[in-house]
Design a protein around this ligand. Structure first.
Ligand SMILES: Cc1cc2nc3c(=O)[nH]c(=O)nc-3n(C[C@H](O)[C@H](O)[C@H](O)COP(=O)(O)O)c2cc1C
Length: 337
């Protein structure tokens, strides 16, 4: 009988299916249902740096600026009536108390200074760890890749040296050499790398000629990015590897674990299919392991990573060139259509 338990940042999870940071995890009653459906752990949604800045402004004399930022915040978080760090912490505490599975907090930090203090407050809620969400979208032409990366590494170091709980770092894939950045995060002491965040991309309505921001849920094909970089990272870093973005089915979870992931985070599939998505994922993972006679997750984790794969060209440039050179066989195009 397959055992689905897995170790995540020093804790034993009953299975490797984690509900990713999102609005799914913010209410205690939902959190309980996610747990009942079989989730191994939850990540509470991010506390954003803008929320902390707003709170700091509220206490300062710069009330004009506060009003402006407040208006912007209402725009950013229309459904959150009292967006703010204190509310975040008390709501988080409720979720931690409501479930028996580990709950991780998430913080979206851009500058290092303010986070250590809030990190300490968050750690006191009883969370199992903190996920640092490095959601960053460049909007200026000046800052260099090194500046952006150095600033992010500094935040990881500051949190690691001031907090006594595990720190996972969630990154986007948009770095010049994401593997080098993963290595730097590993050296800075990150306990896990969550690959990859899904950045909300803008859309344009050509009739109204306005910008739109659609919901941007993933599809199962999106997981291929995590397959590649989990496979390239496996065996090269101490940090654990968490795959996210496009894990919709049990088969997707199996694939990223074969590539080298320790666990997966899911959000879109739960939005699409409800709690059944979790139940089915756990069931399908278990029945595949039984069919393949794997007793534990460790027995197949990383089997198709670059380190362990029997295909010498797997995940290399040669594989890409091979696909392009043989594209007539792989991509069927019918010129009669
Ligand atoms: C409605 C919604 C809210 C989200 N909020 C957060 C958040 O607060 N912090 C974060 O790091 N990621 C957030 N995400 C991103 C998810 O955690 C996840 O990384 C992304 O959706 C990719 O996983 P998926 O393919 O399973 O959806 C959010 C996603 C959605 C759809």
């Amino acid at each position: 009988m397959a055992k689905l338990t897995t170790n995540y940042m020093g804790l034993e999870l009953k299975n490797p299916i984690i509900i990713g940071a999102s609005n799914l995890t913010t209410k205690a009653e939902n959190a309980k249902k996610l747990e009942e459906a079989g989730a191994g752990a939850l990540v509470y949604k991010s506390l954003f740096e803008e929320e902390l800045e707003l709170d700091a402004l509220k206490l300062s004399q710069e009330l004009d600026e506060y009003n402006e930022r407040h208006a912007e915040m209402i725009n950013l978080f229309p459904s959150v009536e009292h967006a703010g760090p204190d509310e975040y912490i008390s709501d988080l505490e409720e979720v931690v108390k409501a479930v028996n599975i580990p709950v991780f907090a998430s913080i979206n930090a851009i500058k290092k200074t303010i986070w250590v203090e809030y990190g300490k407050k968050i750690a006191e809620t009883g969370v199992a760890g903190i996920e640092l969400n490095l959601y960053h979208v460049p909007t200026d032409m000046e800052s260099t890749a090194t500046e952006v990366e150095d600033q992010q590494i500094e935040i990881v170091k500051a949190l690691k040296s001031n907090l006594n709980i595990p720190i996972a770092v969630k990154i986007s894939p948009y770095y010049s050499n994401v593997l080098n950045f993963i290595q730097k995060l590993d050296e800075a002491g990150a306990d896990a790398i969550v690959m990859f965040n899904r950045l909300f991309q803008p859309e344009i309505n050509i009739e109204t000629e306005t910008n739109e921001y659609p919901d941007n849920l993933s599809n199962s094909d999106d997981k291929k990015l995590a397959i590649r970089f989990a496979a390239l990272s496996y065996g090269n870093i101490k940090a654990q590897i968490i795959a996210t973005n496009g894990i919709h089915y049990g088969t997707d979870a199996i694939k990223v674990i074969l590539a080298g992931a320790d666990a997966v985070q899911i959000v879109s599939t739960v939005y699409n299919s409800g709690f059944a998505a979790i139940k089915n994922m756990v069931k399908d993972l278990e029945s595949w392991m039984n069919r393949k006679e794997y007793n534990t997750i460790d027995e197949f984790k990383g089997k198709l990573s670059r380190k362990k794969s029997k295909d010498p060209y797997a995940y290399r440039r040669a594989q890409y060139i091979d696909i392009l050179l043989n594209s007539e066989e792989i991509f069927k195009f019918n010129p009669q259509r």
